[in-house]
Design a protein around this ligand. Sequence first.
Ligand code: GSH
Length: 200
Amino acid sequence: MTPTLTYFDFDGSRGLECRLALHVAGVPFQDVRIGRAEWMALKPSVPYGALPVLTIGDKKLAQSNAILSYVGRSHGLHPDNPWTAAEHDALMQSVEDLRHKMPSTKDLPAEQQQAIREDFAQGWLSQWASSCSARIQGPFLQGDTLNVADLKLAVILRAIAANSYDHIPGSFLHAWPKLGALQAAVEADPRVKAYWATRD
Ligand SMILES: N[C@@H](CCC(=O)N[C@@H](CS)C(=O)NCC(=O)O)C(=O)O
């Protein structure tokens, strides 16, 4: 039974994490990418009313971290040791924290947008980066072994490095070299490279 991963039609965020995890795990899957109108029709039928959703037969699993843990546990991409696995879960949750804490600057005057984002970068984001960095053995979280938590972390690091957040420069994370090294190691993984080759 071929699983389906449903998400919006862009190569980023929670959808990308799950697509990468399935690809790295070697699981053939249907990559269903939907638009806003389709989403509004689908939303009421989806657990927790949000994407991504992994569908296997008549079962639907929501929440990116649950999908990542499920794929990781099923395919050797999440630690066997329960404590280490929980530490990886914690890191994945901290990426969700970052997504929720990132201040929205919509509809604010330009100077205010800049001040809010710079303040966030110097405060909360710097603490987050230090905390993540301290948990990386190098190049991956668990030394030489790539796990789903590395994929999740690399996706948000890639977004920051690509200047996706106004007023937070892509170079901001250079102060934490282990973060850049993890992102580079994920992107250099032959399975990750193969994923992008199929997307190009
Ligand atoms: N905690 C959830 C958050 C899911 C979420 O907020 N997904 C966004 C896209 S990244 C979404 O579905 N937005 C549309 C909506 O909520 O209607 C997860 O990790 O999957």
